[in-house]
Design a protein around this ligand. Structure first.
Ligand code: TYC
Length: 103
């Protein structure tokens, strides 16, 4: 008998999905030496937090040991973490920022 070839449906423009890049967290770690006000200044300068946002992030890291600041693409997250860590280093502080891929 006659056979017909199965055919997949023509791809529609409406099938297009926007690719979402994985997001990376930048995490502030507590230490015993960096002055609180210096941490706040770095958070404002590098992560564009306002005074109250920066103060809350700093105090959370101070009390709990670490605090997620924000999420970015991997490249932006790593660049900001290094810039912020380097600002501490330039001023003689052990201030440290790390990155972690979001689940
Ligand atoms: N623990 C520091 C102090 O008592 C302040 C501080 C807070 C340092 C948060 C780092 O991520 C930090 N001077």
């Amino acid at each position: 008998g006659t056979t017909t070839k199965p055919r997949t449906r023509t791809r529609q423009k409406s099938d297009t999905k926007v690719a979402r890049p994985p997001l990376w967290k930048v995490i502030l770690l507590n230490d015993d030496y960096t002055p609180r006000e210096f941490v706040v200044q770095v958070l404002k300068a590098v992560f564009r937090l306002n005074e109250s946002q920066a103060y809350r992030v700093m105090m959370t890291a101070h009390q709990k040991g670490a605090c997620v600041i924000a999420v970015y693409t991997r490249d932006v997250a790593e660049t900001k973490a290094k810039e912020a860590t380097d600002l501490g280093k330039m001023n003689g502080y052990p201030l440290y920022f790390t990155t972690e891929r979001e689940e």
